[in-house]
Design a protein around this ligand. Structure first.
Ligand SMILES: Cc1cc2nc3c(=O)[nH]c(=O)nc-3n(C[C@H](O)[C@H](O)[C@H](O)COP(=O)(O)OP(=O)(O)OC[C@H]3O[C@@H](n4cnc5c(N)ncnc54)[C@H](O)[C@@H]3O)c2cc1C
Length: 409
């Protein structure tokens, strides 16, 4: 397939927070009679709203709410979705090679790189074989299967080690503690002397309290030496201890995928692609990069640290990237990326959360409800927001009806 000379082709690689929101933005812009072909490529068939992935482990939400299929989200748009793994990108030939069942080449006039990061599973021996990562819908299903198998045994306690006291480790540990109740024996392994190092004090304190209330043991200043099928070896200041566990979950690290690392584009020491304020890569103005794989800076303060690798940042950048791709094809001025930090929210179990942002600090059930509403508002399309919102409103009623119809003994 080649890009035609009359109709330019925009290829967006990765349908996560950066790529999908950029595609939707592009589709909505006014192209007049110069509408290009917009192609969105992802190896999966669904967009995953990662901040709500934990809710699948407790049954609070269902897959269709957290991970709607692209085919549904893109109804009514002119975006062409291709489900395939990206295998190579030829920058000089402006061509992307897709693998999978139907390998194909896609040429592009503009390329948007939004492939996200991966969880490195090779930092300690045994992690790749025995630890469970938690970054995709497939990871969530695999973890669910393992939990069900453990729940079906007759052992008194289910012993779980969660490696990493960052957002994912803390949120997942609280959710699993609430799922397993008295049966769960959870420990969180953190290499420093505090959890959530980059969080506001209010959120950190709320998280500390939530972990304590759930009896989650924290191994402070502790590293992991290796992981086995039913054990984990911890390293506390050189003192090694082998701990028996039923399940180890690895939540540490954010690695730029090899495909992006191998591209001849300028990068930082973490292999993130360096971009101009317009999100164009420094070397190739026809290529835009955003989200976790890019070092993005707020144009209002370019000397400040790069913006964090979060969904919030990727989503905002998606909006700018969409606009700027359009502007670059329509001879209009491109906009410098401005990041607005709206705050931070964390789920702390089945009924509680904490949030700090926009002058507000909230925890407990009110924060839980506010977090849900904010995420509902952030969902990619109005149709999906309505479907999910209606379901959330109807659920308490349906649960009550089902309770009433269950015969009492
Ligand atoms: C469990 C979890 C919870 C999180 N919670 C929060 C939160 O509460 N708030 C927050 O702001 N951020 C949160 N984050 C971080 C946030 O999700 C990421 O920063 C954000 O998703 C980055 O967006 P992205 O577009 O760069 O990448 P992603 O959203 O990861 O999207 C990348 C896409 O590229 C696709 N892809 C990758 N490689 C290929 C390939 N070779 N071929 C084809 N397709 C490919 C993937 O399938 C994926 O759909 C969380 C992350 C995780 C893992």
């Amino acid at each position: 397939m080649t890009a035609s000379t009359t109709c330019p082709r925009i290829v967006i690689l990765g349908g996560g927070f950066g790529g999908l929101y950029a595609a939707l933005r592009l589709d909505r812009l006014d192209w007049g009679d110069r509408r290009p072909e917009i192609v969105l490529v992802d190896r999966g068939d669904r967009f995953v709203f990662l901040p709500l992935l934990y809710e699948l482990m407790t049954g609070e939400l269902q897959s269709w709410e957290v991970a709607p299929p692209f085919s549904e989200l893109l109804v009514g748009t002119q975006i062409r979705f291709v489900q395939a793994p990206v295998e190579a990108i030829d920058l000089d030939g402006r061509q992307v090679s897709l693998g999978g069942d139907r390998p194909q080449q896609l040429t592009y006039d503009r390329l948007v790189l939004a492939l996200g990061c991966e969880t490195p599973m090779d930092w300690v021996p045994g992690a790749a074989d025995y630890a469970f990562p938690f970054r995709s819908i497939a990871d969530a299903y695999r973890l669910e299967d393992r939990l069900r198998a453990l729940e079906a045994t007759d052992s008194d306690k289910i012993r779980i080690a969660v490696v990493g006291g960052g957002y994912s480790g803390v949120e997942l540990a609280c959710k699993l503690a609430d799922r397993l109740n008295d049966r769960g024996r959870l420990r969180l392994i953190e290499k420093s002397d505090q959890i959530l190092r980059n969080s506001p004090n209010f959120n950190r304190k709320a998280a500390d309290k939530a972990l304590e209330e759930r009896g989650i043991w924290i191994d402070w200043e502790t590293g992991v030496r290796d992981i086995g099928p039913d054990r984990i070896m911890l390293d506390y200041r050189g003192h090694l201890e082998d701990i028996p566990v039923d399940l180890t979950i690895w939540t540490v690290g954010n690695r730029v995928p090899d495909l992006v690392r191998g591209l001849p584009l300028a990068k930082n020491e973490r292999d993130q692609v360096l971009v101009q304020p317009t999100l164009q890569t420094r070397d190739r103005p026809e290529i835009f990069a955003l989200g976790d794989i890019a070092e993005m800076r707020d144009a209002a303060d370019p000397t400040a640290s790069p913006v964090p690798s979060t969904g919030q940042a990727a989503l905002q950048a998606g909006d700018y990237a969409g606009w700027n791709v359009w502007a670059s094809l329509c001879d209009r001025p491109l906009l410098p990326f401005r990041y607005q930090h709206l705050g931070e929210m964390l789920a702390l179990g089945n009924t509680s959360a904490t949030l700090t942002g926009l002058g507000l600090q909230l925890d407990g059930p009110l924060a839980y409800a506010a977090r849900r509403l904010v995420y509902l508002y952030r969902m990619p399309t109005l149709e999906h927001q309505i479907k999910v919102g209606l379901n959330w409103m109807a659920k308490p009623l349906l649960d009550r009806l089902s309770d009433l119809s269950t015969p009492r003994r």
